[in-house]
Design a protein around this ligand. Structure first.
Ligand code: PEP
Ligand code: MG
Length: 590
């Protein structure tokens, strides 16, 4: 920064830990300014050849990065991220679209690539799922590399001094994977989210990271002294001596804390007064199983199956479904795996470019169970795959986005028909496979007492429940500040859902992001939640919070909180209640 005054940037914590070092500002900004050139028809062949060559060079570069990743212990399982990039480079639909644009509009390869990428990014950004939306970044990393190779701009690695903190507009997963841990302490980027692949790699490298810092890479200067706090998501520039010594202390106690947590990750989570709460993992790809197990998951509470449908033109076959579920069910045995049926909008998962019919409001459109009830063949194919896998280990089926009784009864009928088909064919499956539903639509929450009589379990999807209950689009940055799990209205809904489930004698878990934030754990336990399912990295933290509280006190906390009128006051109360129990995270002295 020009002035040497202390300045604090606020971003999104993407990988926990605290480090101090010197800023290395890297200009990896996308090459945005390249000209639109008209190609004479006779030069079309050369232009297409130039594009093919750029694809070839990009392929070798990413393959090289992937090999490096595979050679590093602990990162092997993430090489599939770069595999996705390689698949995109080899995707005939994608390169076909670029070539079609070159030919049709007689334009240079860079411009055609730009249009094809925009089309792809738009189609992804319409999807109402944070994880999938953040795959837009993968698209642009691949596009960026192709452009650099087309324009002949340098794609080489970085030369870094020791104790560097990388500051960049964005970093690709390949760039991140290739950073040497000896020299790089952490990184800070202008854009990105917690679910971006770059963040995932940073976490498995155990390299602290803050993303979404907006303009840090423009405002910071090389050599600026930085404190990067990947727990709270802040970057302090030119810290005072007091800040340095405070953060040195926090960094040390956090490292000790993380080590202790890892040692106990696979132990059960039992409250001080002896109540065991199951903590499960959320899964998107079967390749993540090892990470989920290593972090102590006691089952899969949510297997988001929509990823099987992405990046392809056709629908997955029964065999493909079966193979994916079978791998997970077997790896998780004897624990249970809850497989959620497709939760994507109908028109959105076909990856054929230009063939995407956009809905005005996809979050409220033809998605999830609504789509499945319309496209019966797609639904039955998936149900058959799940049922077949249930023969090989504890499996449950879960329907997403149930909004009312008719929908649930209809979906149950179809499940019964599918079971009947399999019986006729002599295909074995678990006749008693539990059937649960996600409670994530306010109308379903309001009739939870009735729905509970028709389901074997509930799982509360707070990501959507909060979005619909407070009427805020979960991907709209302008209203993001209203997204509040502690909104008294949301807490009342959760209480009613849990009470209704228990009155009907069924278990209720939570699999939305709220389940993975340890600050909410005491309230959820107090309200009576039976299990929590969260992203892998949060599992040890949530388990540890459970170990440090007692259920009796949690019930008192929940009772008290239900009478408080604002989220702000609830938060302050919670801070006072649990800050002392988790000083390593909430920043109080031990
Ligand atoms: C939710 O809505 O809380 C949930 C877990 O489902 P998804 O994030 O996949 O919509
Ligand atoms: Mg949802």
């Amino acid at each position: 920064m020009k002035s040497k005054q202390v300045h604090i940037f606020h971003g999104i914590p993407a990988s926990a830990g605290i480090v101090m070092g010197k800023a290395v500002v890297i200009d990896r900004r996308k090459i945005e300014h390249y000209p639109r050139i008209r190609i004479p028809p006779r030069a079309l062949g050369d232009e297409i050849k130039r594009f093919d060559e750029a694809v070839g060079v990009s392929y070798s570069q990413i393959e090289g990065a992937k090999k490096k990743l595979e050679a590093k212990e602990g990162l092997k399982e993430h090489s599939f991220i770069l595999e996705t990039h390689l698949m995109m480079l080899h995707d005939p639909v994608f390169s076909g679209r670029v070539k079609q644009l070159i030919k049709k509009d007689l334009i240079n390869a860079e411009w055609a690539l730009k249009i094809a990428l925009q089309e792809l990014e738009e189609s992804f950004s319409q999807i109402d799922n944070d994880y999938i939306r953040s795959r837009v970044a993968d698209t642009s990393f691949v596009g960026d590399r192709l452009l650099r190779n087309l324009t002949g701009k340098d794609t080489g690695g970085f030369h870094l001094p020791e104790n560097s903190i990388i500051v960049a507009h964005d970093l690709s997963p390949a760039d991140t994977a290739m950073m040497s841990k000896e020299k790089v302490l952490g990184f800070a980027t202008d854009i990105g989210g917690q679910t971006s692949h770059t963040a995932i790699i940073a976490r498995s490298l155990e390299m602290p990271a803050v993303v979404g810092l907006k303009d840090a890479s423009t405002l910071l200067s090389p050599g600026d002294m930085l404190i990067l706090d990947g727990i709270s998501g802040i970057v302090i520039v030119n810290p005072s001596e007091t800040q340095v010594s405070e953060y040195e202390h926090r960094a040390r106690s956090y490292v000790t804390f993380e080590l202790k947590l890892k040692e106990k990750a696979s132990s059960p989570a039992i409250t001080k007064d002896g109540h065991r709460i199951k903590v499960e993992g959320n899964l998107e790809f079967k390749e993540e199983i090892k990470t989920v197990i290593d972090h102590g998951a006691e089952g899969i509470g949510l297997y988001r199956t929509e990823f099987l449908y992405l990046n392809r033109k056709d629908i997955p076959t029964q065999q493909e479904h079966f193979e994916a579920y079978h791998t997970v069910v077997k790896a998780m045995a004897p624990h249970n795996t809850i497989i959620r049926t497709l939760d994507l909008g109908g028109d959105k998962f076909y990856s054929s470019l230009g063939d995407l019919t956009m809905e005005m409001n996809p979050a409220m459109g033809l998605r999830a169970i609504r789509f499945c009830l319309k496209e019966m063949d797609v639904f039955k194919t998936q149900l058959r795959g799940i049922l077949m896998a249930s023969h090989f280990g504890n499996t449950s089926i879960m329907f997403p986005m149930i909004s009312g009784m008719e929908e649930l009864l209809r979906a149950k009928d179809i499940l019964e028909e599918t079971k009947e088909d399999l019986r006729r064919q002599g295909v074995p499956f678990d006749e008693d496979i539990p059937l649960g539903i996600m409670i994530e639509v306010p109308s379903a929450a309001a009739i939870a007492d009735m729905l509970a009589k028709e389901a074997d379990f509930f799982s509360i999807g707070t990501n959507d429940l909060i979005q619909y209950a407070i009427a805020i689009d979960r991907k709209n940055e302008y209203v993001n500040y209203l997204y509040e799990p502690l909104h008294p209205g949301v807490l009342r809904l959760i209480k009613f859902i849990i009470d209704s489930a228990h009155n009907a004698g069924i278990a209720v878990s939570m699999c939305g992001e709220m389940a993975g934030e340890s600050i909410y754990t005491p309230i959820l336990l107090g309200l009576g939640i039976d299990a929590l399912s969260t992203n892998a990295l949060a599992i040890p933290h949530v388990k540890e919070m459970i170990r440090r509280i007692d259920l009796k006190r949690c019930k008192q906390i929940a009772g008290h909180i239900l009478d408080i009128k604002t989220a702000e006051e609830i938060k302050a109360f919670l801070g006072r209640e649990i800050g002392d129990r988790f000083p390593e995270v909430f920043g109080k002295e031990e």
